[in-house]
Write a protein that binds this ligand. Structure first.
Ligand SMILES: Cc1cc2nc3c(=O)[nH]c(=O)nc-3n(C[C@H](O)[C@H](O)[C@H](O)COP(=O)(O)OP(=O)(O)OC[C@H]3O[C@@H](n4cnc5c(N)ncnc54)[C@H](O)[C@@H]3O)c2cc1C
Length: 358
């Protein structure tokens, strides 16, 4: 299958899928290469988006700018896939406070208008079914949250790419790349690459001696459960440290743990116990666990994503380090990189990969 493309994209996780979309939308010829592992960060991800997040109950970084881009992009992609299936679901997030310190954090922050506009029910307005939820310290409802059904989204993007002859199942190895000339490159003998290669391999981008092995990306293990429950409501995400989120198939996801790069791959009993113990602190719903999954998130030092071109060879680009917020950050960052590659527009210095160069 000899082919000339403008860009070769390595990996079809969230980063590679969104990157392919942005480039194809700008008239580029792409090929996406993925080795189709069963459990990757994107396939396992809960896919949650919340404008207020973390133990500090802070406004999520860049949410005002990047949330509208993300929602619009998922709607665009759904429309391009025929419009019959929704992958991104907008639902409020009920955030139960774990302790009085968290309630205090919220009370300090909510006087700021930029913050308060994401609050759809203050603690004294919050209603929930007391037979199902028993938070000890109250909570708050956050507007404009949502979740992407990531595995289904990736499968649809894959089918769309296959239809365009823009997808290949393969393991990419640097040794298969001919890059002597300063302009074009060839990969695996039969793909000629006119403009560049975009590294979207998740945490593995630093392995295998590629051009971005200097970027400080660490794998962070996460585990997650799939639940069946007749009790849990389907119209909200509930989060009290551990969260539970509805799915369109009637099941629920619950998670997630944050582990280390040295943890063994695959779901563990300890992970399951940690998630269930976290839920039991505020959730009385009965449920059955019908699935356990685990994968490694790509996390960059400082926790901000990385994108841009290699400082010494601009034929190589990267989009990575989406951490635990790939669904929110991915669309705006893929668009930023596409505009940089094709129109020379600036990369925001806070996310520019060059901040880690030498
Ligand atoms: C348990 C868990 C829960 C999460 N929950 C959320 C959440 O609620 N909200 C959220 O926004 N984010 C969440 N995330 C994080 C989110 O999934 C990541 O930010 C995102 O998936 C990263 O996408 P990526 O494309 O960079 O990497 P990946 O998903 O890892 O994709 C990389 C792809 O490249 C392929 N690949 C790698 N090397 C090669 C090679 N040499 N050749 C061919 N293919 C290759 C891999 O097989 C994979 O398909 C969660 C992650 C985990 C693990």
């Amino acid at each position: 299958m000899s082919q000339e493309v403008d860009f070769l994209i390595l990996g079809q996780g969230l980063a590679g899928s969104l990157m392919a979309w942005e480039l194809i939308a700008r008239g580029q010829r792409v090929r996406v290469v993925d080795r189709e592992e069963e459990a990757t960060s994107s396939k396992v991800a809960g896919g949650l988006v919340s404008p207020i997040s973390g133990g500090q109950l802070a406004l999520t970084w860049r949410v005002d700018e990047w949330l509208p881009v993300a929602v619009q992009r998922y709607r665009d992609i759904e429309a391009a896939m025929g419009g019959a299936v929704r992958f991104y679901h907008e639902v409020p997030v009920v955030r139960f406070f774990r302790d009085e310190k968290e309630r205090g954090q919220y009370e300090k922050r909510c006087v700021d208008q930029a913050y308060a506009r994401y609050v759809s029910a203050a603690p004294d307005e919050l209603s929930y079914e007391p037979a199902i939820f028993a938070p000890s310290h109250g909570g708050v409802e956050i507007a404009q949250g949502g979740f992407l059904e990531v595995r289904e989204f990736l499968a649809a993007v894959r089918a769309w790419l296959v239809e365009k002859d823009a997808y290949q199942v393969a393991e990419f190895r640097e040794s298969g790349l001919e890059k002597e000339e300063s302009a074009g490159m060839r990969w695996a003998g039969d793909v000629t690459i006119a403009k560049g290669i975009i590294y979207c391999q998740g945490w593995e981008v630093c392995q295998g001696g590629g051009p971005f092995s200097w970027v400080p990306i660490t794998p962070n293990k996460g585990e997650l459960l799939t639940l069946e429950s007749k009790d849990l409501p389907v119209d909200r995400i509930y989060n009290g440290g551990m969260w539970v989120s509805p799915r369109s198939d009637g099941r629920f996801r619950a998670g997630a743990t944050y582990g280390r790069d040295t943890d063994p791959p695959g779901p563990t009993e300890a992970g399951r116990e940690q998630i269930e113990a976290g839920l039991r602190r505020w959730c009385r719903a009965s449920y059955q666990v019908c699935g356990k999954e685990a994968a490694f998130r790509p996390v960059v030092r400082g926790r901000k994503p990385v994108l841009g071109t290699h400082p010494e060879d601009p034929r190589f680009a990267i989009l990575n380090g989406l951490g635990s917020k790939g669904v929110l950050y991915g669309p705006a960052l893929a668009a930023m990189l596409a505009d940089h590659l094709l129109r020379g527009e600036a990369i925001d210095p806070e996310v520019d990969v060059r901040r880690f160069w030498k």
